[in-house]
Design a protein around this ligand. Structure first.
Ligand SMILES: Cc1cc2nc3c(=O)[nH]c(=O)nc-3n(C[C@H](O)[C@H](O)[C@H](O)COP(=O)(O)O)c2cc1C
Length: 226
């Protein structure tokens, strides 16, 4: 598919998502949908001298899996890493660095991730902090989509919190999976539209996460946090 055609389709998909979501917004539903959709884990060698908190927000779990993978990468580099859904973080004292992440829904960060940034902005600003987002708009990783995603989903956060200077910003493709029977009817309608516009090969699921890219980003963040 031509790049211009692809970008046009992604933009159409995003417009369709916005229109549909605006008709049916329910922030109370913006939580991990099942227990399996959030991951809590900690790892790292006994002699680790730095502990990194990876606080993510998710509904359907794909962002949690990315966060866990990044945590594994940091632990392999000698850090202690704690991976938690943002809503489970009760305090941020004692961490040497932070990674804050959100899945993108309705053209923005999820509510609990935004609340986390607001609540802990001073602590995040005082330590090395990295950010990443996970979304369908990174279904194709090109310089053009990176620029558009950065502008739409990262720059507004940086403008709102100028005191936070991220050491790294990750932009990752997300995933959808209708076979897990955990999507609401509304989400299924949105995702069918998305699947049609993006011409998904398998109309029941897609996974745009590139684990090599994610691992490389974890290594980049680890080098920054040394
Ligand atoms: C209702 C709905 C709205 C979405 N809106 C967007 C969006 O505006 N931009 C985007 O890039 N991806 C959007 N997506 C795709 C999700 O970001 C993607 O599926 C992501 O992997 C979900 O993360 P999670 O599994 O951690 O919840 C949307 C998905 C759903 C179901």
């Amino acid at each position: 598919m031509q790049t211009a055609d692809r970008i046009f389709r992604v933009l159409c998909a995003c417009a369709a998502l916005i229109a549909a979501v605006c008709m049916c917004a329910d922030p109370a539903q913006a939580k991990p949908r099942t227990d399996n959709d959030s991951i809590t884990k900690s790892c790292g060698p006994d002699n680790a001298t730095k502990t990194i908190l990876i606080a993510y927000d998710t509904i359907h779990g794909s962002t949690a899996e990315v966060a866990a993978r990044i945590g594994d990468g940091l632990c392999d580099m000698g850090f202690n890493a704690e991976v938690k859904w943002v809503g489970d973080v009760t305090e941020v004292e004692g961490y040497d660095g932070f990674i804050v992440a959100s899945a993108i829904y309705k053209f923005g960060w999820l509510p609990d991730a935004k609340a986390f940034l607001e609540k802990y902005k001073d602590q995040l600003a005082a330590k090395k902090t990295a950010l990443f987002i996970v979304g369908a708009s990174m279904s194709e990783d090109t310089p053009e989509t990176r620029a558009a995603v950065q502008k739409s989903f990262v720059d507004p956060v940086l403008e709102k919190y100028p005191e936070i200077h991220p050491v790294a910003i990750g932009l990752f493709g997300g995933a959808i999976d209708f076979t897990k029977e955990k999507y609401s009817l509304f989400e299924k309608i949105v995702l069918r539209i998305l699947g049609f516009i993006l011409r998904l090969e398998d109309k029941n699921k897609a996974d745009w996460r590139n684990w090599e890219t994610i691992d490389a980003w974890a290594a980049e963040v680890g080098a920054e946090m040394m």
